[in-house]
Write a protein that binds this ligand. Structure first.
Ligand code: ADP
Ligand code: MG
Length: 670
């Protein structure tokens, strides 16, 4: 097959269509995806075009005038069989008369929807009508008059080559699958050995056929290489089964995959269904028997369900009977789903087609009312999401992980490229997996989600479950890891400081006066004002401090207004137990205490915070909430800024904790 149309002309038309669409709708690469969109996608009615073929027998027409005729580019009329004085009038999105060319139909009704594939949206073209009315001619055509399929493929491949060229933000790839539904069996035309395939739906409502062959195609020659033998397969079958080719629904599925080359590494998938439906037939008229009758029964049954689906959608019924036939299950996306759909109803002018023509026109008129809601099918690339899937499975263990997997993941897992990337991600260490994430992207999505929620958005969250949960989990894991790393570094730093301090202390020991407070070497924390006194503290702690060779806490005995300084080294007189004790502490130690409090305030969980004196569950929550809202505390006094904590409370909190924490640090195992 060769498409005998001017490639350059079509490219120009295509480019113009894309530019016009982008200018009018603002649609481009920045569209929000369904998974990202919080609002219901805007409606797009199923478009309906009617094509009237010419008389196929050149001599007919003069003796047998047509029973249908066009009125203008959108409407037609047909004789009313109930009343010969009247005609029945129909209006559609487009009407193509007997003189219309293949290019007219393609450029007028099909080409404009192809651009949506590059936005990651789905599109469907369905040829409907009675047998012999020109469906196959419209969809496939002939080498001299190529139809919708070769024209669309040629344009799409050209467009994806341009859009996916080196240096452009997205890499594009195209694959094709080709199947037929024959007697309610889904048969893979690219793999004649395959049996009846199952149709499934993933959690996002996408229709999938596991095991269906997908051939990558980069050129029209590639497409022909796969498509022609598959079509010949059908023709062979047709000879054997007597016109089987027109006794089945033929579905060509073309997928356009886009992968963003830079962060946030989004991926989009647009699916194009090009469907040549089997013709409906009245068995009483055709006199079908045996196998033909059975075939016809299956065709009519599926077309009958198709009609019921359209009616249910138009009437807004709660149940749409998609599952009642394989055809409607497959078309779930195209009718009442997420695709930009166009139905081309083919009709014939001959009188003996009259009843079939009326029936096709009535079906077309009902289909015109069906509303679809196309959205961009966008997600993160598997190498971004893969690690988390894996870690979730690791967390859950094999049986739970299997249970937790949605149908989507099952399907994706079976597809070759996905399987390859999954195995690649399994080879990564957990740290590598985390480092392969893009936290900026996660943060952006999460904050956008929060923003939408704060604006009272009613729609699905931007990161809908389970993707959202994965994202949040990824972020938490990453943050925890960073925190652990930071704490380890800090611990090492403190260890080094303590060692240096010890060395320095032993050097200066000889000149050391026990009552004089010395500054710490390598002091880094100087935020605290030198607090000379701190009331309190458990006696046990004081004794521990006293036992410390480098004690920097000195007890001040308070006797009324008089104070007498005593070293802790001196034995404590028993009769002074009832006195009020105060402590004199080195400023450095206090600074350490403050720093520890500050660290806890900034890094501690609500539970950690509750371990502090004067902090109950409510205050702990208030602190955590403030921190999330305003960022880290720059000094402990900022605690006053937390709503519900007064200045007094802050001071008493400080007093109650500072010494304990400072002493804990100095005397602890570090
Ligand atoms: P269907 O697929 O609906 O059964 P076909 O596409 O096989 O019908 O068309 C039946 C016959 O009519 C074929 O010989 C085809 O070449 C011819 N035909 C259909 N439409 C046209 C048309 N628009 N112009 C010329 N011939 C046509
Ligand atoms: Mg046909």
């Amino acid at each position: 097959m060769s498409a005998g149309v001017s490639t350059q002309q079509r490219q120009r038309e295509m480019a113009a269509a894309v530019a016009a669409a982008a200018a009018t709708s603002g649609a481009g690469r920045c569209r929000l995806s369904k998974i990202g969109a919080s609002r219901r996608p805007p409606p797009a009615r199923v478009r309906v075009a009617v094509r009237l073929r010419p008389f196929v027998d050149g001599t007919a027409g003069a003796s047998d005038p047509p029973c249908v005729r066009g009125m203008d580019s959108c409407s037609l009329e047909i004789a009313n069989w109930r009343n010969h004085q009247e005609t029945l009038k129909y209006q559609f999105d487009a009407f193509y008369g007997e003189r219309s060319t293949q290019q007219d139909i393609y450029a007028g009704s099909v080409q404009p929807i192809l651009r949506h594939l590059l936005e990651g949206q789905n599109a469907s073209v369905l040829a409907y009508g009675p047998t012999g009315a020109g469906k196959t001619h419209t969809m496939l055509g002939s080498p001299e008059q190529p139809g919708v399929i070769p024209r669309a493929l040629m344009d799409l491949l050209q467009l994806t080559r341009e859009e996916g060229a080196e240096g452009r933000p997205w890499a594009l790839s195209v694959t094709m699958s080709y199947l037929e539904i024959y007697q309610e069996k889904v048969l893979d035309l690219l793999d004649s050995t395959s049996g009846d395939l199952v149709i499934r739906e993933d959690c996002r409502g996408n229709i999938l056929i596991p095991g269906l062959t997908q051939k990558p195609i980069t050129s029209f020659a590639d497409f022909e290489r796969h498509f022609l033998p598959a079509s010949r397969n059908r023709t062979v079958g047709a000879t054997r089964l007597n016109q089987r080719s027109s006794r089945s629904h033929a579905v060509l599925l073309v997928k356009v995959d886009q992968r963003e080359r830079l962060a946030p590494f989004r991926q989009r998938e647009g699916k194009l269904y090009l469907i040549d439906l089997a013709g409906s037939e009245d068995n009483r008229r055709t006199g079908n028997k045996g196998l033909r009758l059975k075939e016809s029964g299956a065709i009519n049954a599926s077309l009958f369900v198709l009609g019921k689906v359209v009616d249910a959608l138009n009437q807004g019924l709660p149940r749409v009977p998609y599952r009642d036939s394989k055809l409607t299950r497959l078309l779930q996306d195209s009718l009442g789903g997420s695709a930009h759909s166009i139905l081309i109803a083919n009709i014939a002018p001959e009188r003996h087609f009259y009843l079939d023509t009326v029936s096709a026109l009535n079906f077309a008129a009902r289909t015109k009312e069906v509303i679809n809601r196309p959205f961009t099918n966008e997600s993160l690339q598997p190498h971004v999401l893969g690690p988390v899937k894996l870690s979730q499975k690791e967390l859950l263990g094999p049986p739970e992980a299997k249970k937790a997997r949605g149908p989507e993941e099952e399907e994706i897992g079976s597809a070759e490229p996905m399987a390859a990337s999954a195995s690649a991600s399994q080879k990564l260490s957990p740290l590598q997996k985390l480092s392969s994430m893009d936290p900026a992207m996660l943060e952006r999505l999460l904050s956008l989600d929060r923003l939408l929620a704060s604006q009272g958005s009613q729609g699905a969250p931007l990161l809908s479950t389970p993707k959202r949960e994965r994202m949040v989990l990824m972020k938490t894991v990453e943050e925890k890891d960073l925190e652990i790393e930071r704490l380890k570094m800090k611990q090492k730093e403190l260890e080094a400081k303590v060692l240096a301090q010890k060395a320095e202390d032993s050097k200066e020991k000889e000149n050391h006066c026990p009552t004089i407070l010395r500054p710490l070497l390598h002091r880094t924390v100087t935020v605290a004002k030198p607090l000379k006194k701190a009331v309190v503290m458990p006696l046990q702690l004081i004794q521990e401090q006293a036992a410390s060779p480098n004690a920097e806490i000195h007890i001040l005995k308070n006797k009324g207004r008089k104070r007498k300084v005593e070293s802790l080294d001196a034995p404590e007189p028993e009769e002074k137990a009832e006195d009020c004790w105060e402590l004199q502490i080195s400023p450095e130690l206090l600074a350490h205490g403050r720093q520890k409090i500050l660290d806890l305030l900034n890094e501690g969980s609500a539970r950690d915070l509750r371990s502090l004196q004067r902090i109950g569950p409510k205050k702990a929550q208030l602190i955590v909430g403030w921190r999330e809202l305003h960022g880290p505390f720059s000094q402990v006094e900022d605690l006053e800024r937390v709503e519900g904590i007064t200045g007094k409370q802050m001071e008493s909190f400080l007093k109650a904790n500072i010494l304990g924490l400072a002493a804990g640090q100095r005397c602890g195992p570090s």
